[in-house]
Write a protein that binds this ligand. Structure first.
Ligand code: 4LI
Ligand code: NI
Length: 188
């Protein structure tokens, strides 16, 4: 199981690399890695397990964050939330996106970043994505809201990009043209 000590932090070179495509069908090792990423985000949102194992809560985590430069990530939104989604994405791609953008009014956090980096992170408001699942089958889906933001945040990790790379350096809270703000409390 993945613990905080297994998650590499900003400054580690793996976070700045482009991760490698994953061979399909998935090897047993890659399948176990993908499952452990999903397990981490699930456990991190369970109050008891998060406290027991000292896990920081996240909705997404990417393989390079555990020092595996492979194109795999997991997203998890609890069934009690309106998002309600559990996803493993292998070799993910954005096939199309809206012109409209969106951003979290609270800014973004990252399990590999131990400081608060204030500022708006512009993202596409709606994306159509393609990826492979654990069984090696291709799937396609449309995302909006927080899942779309999280998907773009995790896809960036596979390309060596950190969320703060997108923040306006002169004015972190400069208005973003053609964007819908997303308000969301932590831990709801
Ligand atoms: C507890 C239980 C306030 C501050 C609000 C917490 C269950 C920030 C938000 C959670 C912020 C859950 C999150 C992300 C932000 C902030 C990620 C809490 C886990 C909110 C997820 C990838 C950016 C995703 C909304 C600097 C580790 N997640 N909050 N950003 N939540 N969480 N991101 N922003 N301000 N990061 O961080 O998983 S996209 Cl679900
Ligand atoms: Ni991150």
């Amino acid at each position: 199981m993945i613990l905080m000590k297994d998650i590499i932090r900003e400054g580690h070179p793996t976070l700045r690399k482009r991760s490698e495509e994953v061979a399909l069908p998935l090897s047993a090792e890659d399948k176990a890695l993908a499952e452990s990423l999903l397990e981490y985000v699930k456990n991190s949102q369970d109050d008891e397990l998060a406290e027991k194992y000292d896990l920081r809560a996240g909705v997404g985590i990417a393989a390079p964050q555990v020092n595996q430069a492979k194109r795999i990530f997991a997203l998890y939104f609890d069934p009690s939330t309106e998002e309600n989604m559990s996803l493993i994405a292998i070799n993910p791609k954005i096939v199309s996106h809206s012109v409209e953008k969106s951003y979290l009014t609270t800014g973004e956090g990252c399990l590999s970043v131990d400081r608060a980096v204030p500022g708006y992170v512009p993202r596409y408001a709606r994306i159509t994505v393609k990826a492979y699942n654990l069984q090696g089958e291709e799937f396609k889906m449309r995302l909006k809201g927080l899942p779309a933001i999280a998907f773009q945040h995790e896809l960036d990790h596979l390309n060596g990009i950190m969320f703060f790379d997108h923040i306006n350096a002169e004015n972190p809270f400069a208005e973003i043209e053609n964007a819908t703000p997303i308000e969301r409390g932590s831990g709801e």
